[in-house]
Write a protein that binds this ligand. Structure first.
Ligand SMILES: [Zn+2]
Ligand SMILES: [Zn+2]
Ligand SMILES: [Zn+2]
Ligand SMILES: [Zn+2]
Ligand SMILES: [Zn+2]
Ligand SMILES: [Zn+2]
Length: 326
């Protein structure tokens, strides 16, 4: 029998055993490496499904993957496999807040009920889908009529979560604002990304779009140096030419901005923090202009976990939010 080389550890093996993974083109991952391969893929299911062979990039048969999954992993894998076939603007994966691992796909855009009852045998907890608070599931056989009414309609009763539901869309919008504190969305698919410690160009791991972290635009939409028929103009690097005088251009490294804008610093990390602060403030301002401060503080009252200090809100409304002052 011919020897096979594992594509991960590069060891040769006489005979693949049951737990090794083999793709349609006979590329092979040994049983020792297979577990790590699967675990690393399970960490980024949203990006990595279907799992592909690291050599030929062809999806690996499901039976090859499933033999490596325990029941909880299989549940997660199945939910995500189904989820990637659905419209991600409409549907969402919701996890039981008890971190028991149980998940369900919800039609988020048409959610009619905020109540979630975990179906995992040893959990079975009831929680609000929107605020994630647990509640006691009313059991009519055990409770008296008064107890039942109190549990459902009392001031801290289950029915208060109907208010959560009514504020769902505004809460979602506010949460998107909060995300701007530490990431930016891919201009094509919306997957949130964060710049690594090198330059300001970033490639989306989901849709492969190259984009500029400073202005947030797809490389095809970035303003670039050069004439229309100049092949170099296609390169995202031309977006970095003359950035210090041209407001449509961006610097390749954030630490260069301090040359013309003293609000930034010489460390990339601090520059990034400052950029995120400005972007977050812009989101706050847009939110308040669209709704009102009152609506925002009402969201804070219903969902204290996502509230932000008033000082920050006030600063966001008054600070100069120009990304780079030229
Ligand atoms: Zn190996
Ligand atoms: Zn392959
Ligand atoms: Zn649960
Ligand atoms: Zn709630
Ligand atoms: Zn993308
Ligand atoms: Zn840019």
């Amino acid at each position: 029998m011919e020897k096979r080389k594992c594509q991960v550890c590069l060891e040769e093996e006489e005979e693949p055993d049951e737990l090794s993974i083999i793709c349609q083109n006979k590329h092979f991952i040994c049983s020792e490496c297979a577990d790590n391969f699967i675990i690393s893929k399970l960490h980024s299911l949203e990006v990595d499904l279907p799992f592909k062979c690291c050599v030929c990039n062809i999806p690996i048969e499901e039976s090859q993957i499933e033999k490596h999954l325990d029941d909880d992993q299989k549940h997660t894998y199945e939910i995500y496999s189904k989820f990637v076939t659905l419209d991600s603007k409409k549907y969402r994966i919701h996890s039981c807040p008890s971190s028991c691992g149980y998940k369900e796909i919800l039609n988020w855009s048409e959610l009619e009920c905020p109540f979630f009852i975990c179906q995992k045998e040893d959990c079975k907890k009831g929680s609000c889908i929107i605020c994630q608070e647990f509640y006691q599931i009313p059991d009519e056989e055990v409770l008296s009529q008064e107890q039942h009414a109190e549990l459902v309609l009392g001031s801290d009763g289950i029915s208060k979560h109907l208010t959560c539901l009514s504020k769902k869309d505004v809460k979602d919008e506010w949460e998107r604002c909060i995300d701007a504190q530490n990431s930016r969305p891919c201009p094509r698919c919306g997957l949130r990304g964060i710049k690594d410690d090198s330059c300001a160009h970033i490639t989306c791991p989901k849709c492969n779009t190259k984009w500029c972290y400073v202005c947030g635009l797809d490389e095809n939409d970035c303003d670039k140096e050069g004439t229309q028929d100049d092949p170099n103009k296609l390169s995202i690097y031309r977006h970095n030419d003359n950035w210090s005088t041209n407001s449509k251009r961006c610097p390749m490294y954030l630490r260069c901005i301090i040359e013309i804008d003293s609000r930034y610093s010489e460390s990339d990390e601090q520059c990034m923090e400052f950029l995120h602060k400005l972007l977050f403030y812009k989101e706050i301002r847009q939110f308040i202009n669209k709704y009102s401060e009152e609506v925002l503080y009402d969201i804070f009252k219903t969902f204290p976990k996502i509230s932000v200090d008033k000082i920050i809100i006030d600063e966001a409304m008054t600070t100069d939010l120009t990304i780079i002052k030229r």
